[in-house]
Ligand binder design. Structure first.
Ligand SMILES: Cc1cc2nc3c(=O)[nH]c(=O)nc-3n(C[C@H](O)[C@H](O)[C@H](O)COP(=O)(O)OP(=O)(O)OC[C@H]3O[C@@H](n4cnc5c(N)ncnc54)[C@H](O)[C@@H]3O)c2cc1C
Length: 488
């Protein structure tokens, strides 16, 4: 038996004496949110036992759909009193096991908080519920000539609350930054039920510790976010897309470096390695060349003349470095067709084998080519199939392994390969995760990134927010044997 952040866990789940699974909890939950908003059929518990992360599972006892901040507060008070784990959840598209109910308990489904409360054109802010779908927010602000740049690949299904709690990135990170750069203020509920606010509409605000930043990327382990105020920009007037093919990965990396050295920051600089290109082409029939080592997909946006100048200049740089082909889209439709290769990468790869494991080891941009060749070496060493694509502009790679979770021996080799990939990323000055978060999937690697002292400090913060360890247990930190006495 082990302790997971204060909760006693057996092989079957949480110790009976710790979590009261009897009907009285159910009735109390129904009294807070209404009968229709508490689900616990076998089918629904199964449906909520996993997220987009393969292999990791754990069924909740109840799935609860609150609609107001007051309801969230009351559910948390009840859970805290009864020491029931609570797992906040948006669309469950995270790739780190971040919403798996590892110690059973309540999945708090936040998708009913899906209201765009206010678009403030004077302050350039938007205030939303955490359940708003990312792409719906894009559409709503773009209709007013405004722009919310963070664009994770999952944006058509992911929620803003999930993006913020996960610290999501996206394809426009190089030029515009990532989700954390757009969060100005939050309303949140502590696991003990208090409703608090931090930040607001001020772009400048240094009053006290920056709790807004602390909660961004806290992966549902510190508080439940119930409202967010986000920063907006004016919508760029034009956008162009180009694709560059390279015989060697090192050429692709050099094009990225030289473009930035020429003081051009493209909105997007994505890459696919040769093995990913082959699979994507079989899937989407885009007519990609198969005799090159890599392709770069580049987008620039802004004032039309500047965009044209940047695209011409990048094409010159690419040719000079030795790109085998440079194609510039003439229409937005052509641009979308070129970007389709990147957007369909994960779908194409996941057709190959029953299990697809996608990671996001990240290195300084200057180490991109080294990292890709190290991934190839590691795949060869462990005899596993890894294709790599990702955000070349910010060194955020997605080495993706196609495997079969039913083959224990192969899974061991996959684990060993990823452990070595993380080691190499750290050695090159990188990190174990650029945008997908730690969750359960990378918890065991976190001490290598932040050190034991870092882990201890993070745990003390966790205790301050969540003294009984009820919020999203088993995430970020690996099992902690001596946590329980803290709660006593
Ligand atoms: C095809 C695909 C492409 C992807 N592309 C990208 C990408 O380009 N960039 C990227 O960064 N990620 C990407 N992801 C990962 C994932 O989609 C993002 O991390 C996204 O932000 C998760 O949003 P969600 O609503 O699904 O959150 P969930 O998966 O439901 O939750 C994510 C985390 O946030 C917590 N959480 C959710 N809501 C709240 C709340 N209201 N309060 C407190 N905590 C909360 C959860 O507990 C969990 O820890 C991709 C995933 C897929 C499947």
């Amino acid at each position: 038996m082990e302790k997971v952040l204060g909760l006693t866990v057996t092989d079957e789940g949480v110790d009976d004496c710790m979590v009261d699974t009897n009907s009285s909890i159910r009735s109390r939950l129904c009294a807070i949110v209404g009968e229709d908003s508490v689900r616990d059929s076998a089918n629904e518990r199964h449906a909520y036992s996993y997220d987009a992360t393969p292999i990791v599972t754990g069924a909740p006892d109840w799935i609860v759909f609150p609609q107001t901040t007051r309801q969230v507060s009351e559910v948390l008070r009840l859970a805290n009193e009864e020491r029931i784990p609570v797992i906040p959840r948006g669309s469950g598209t995270n790739l780190a096991g971040g919403t798996v109910a590892v110690a059973a308990g309540i999945v708090l489904n936040m998708t009913r908080f899906n209201r765009i409360v206010e678009i403030d054109e004077s302050n350039l802010t938007v205030t939303v519920g955490p359940g708003v779908i990312t792409a719906d927010l894009h559409r709503a602000v773009e209709a007013r000539g405004l722009f919310y740049p963070p664009d994770p690949g999952s944006m058509r299904i992911s929620t803003i609350g999930g993006n913020v709690a996960q610290g999501a990135g996206g394809m426009r990170g190089l030029k515009y930054g990532v989700t954390k750069d757009y969060v100005l203020g939050l309303e949140y509920v502590l696991p003990t039920g208090e409703i608090l606010r931090c930040g607001g509409k001020n772009y400048k605000d240094v009053a006290g510790y920056d709790l807004t930043r602390l909660l961004v990327g806290s992966e549902g382990t510190l508080a439940v976010i119930t409202e967010l105020t986000l920063k907006l920009l004016p919508l760029p007037e034009s956008k162009r897309t180009m694709v560059v093919y390279c015989k060697r990965m090192v050429d692709a990396a050099r094009i990225v470096e030289r473009t930035i050295a020429a003081k051009i920051i493209p909105a997007t600089m994505e890459f696919l390695d040769q093995s990913t290109m082959r699979v994507v082409d079989q899937f989407a029939h885009l007519g990609l060349p198969t005799d090159v080592a890599a392709m770069l997909l580049i987008e620039q946006d802004g004032v039309e003349q500047q965009v044209d100048r940047d695209i011409d200049r990048i094409a010159q740089i690419a040719r000079k470095v030795g790109a085998t082909d440079v194609q510039v889209a003439n229409t937005p439709e052509d641009g979308a067709r070129l970007m389709a290769a990147r957007r369909s990468a994960l779908a194409a790869l996941s057709r190959l084998r029953p299990t697809t494991i996608l990671e996001d080891a990240t290195v300084p941009r200057s180490e991109l080519a080294t990292m890709v060749s190290e991934i190839e070496r590691i795949a060869e060493k462990y005899q596993v199939q890894i294709c790599t694509f990702g955000h070349a502009g910010d060194g955020n790679l997605h080495p993706t392994c196609m495997t079969d979770e039913r083959d224990a021996e192969e899974l061991e080799r996959v684990d060993a390969a990823f452990a070595e990939i993380f080691e190499v990323a750290l050695r090159l000055g990188g990190t174990i995760t650029g945008e997908h978060g730690v969750g359960m999937a990378k918890a065991k690697f976190l001490p290598k990134r932040v050190g034991e002292d870092g882990i201890q400090l993070m745990m003390r913060l966790k205790q301050a927010f969540d003294p009984n360890g009820i919020l999203n247990p088993g995430k970020i930190f690996v099992r902690v044997p001596d946590w329980q006495h803290v709660a006593e």
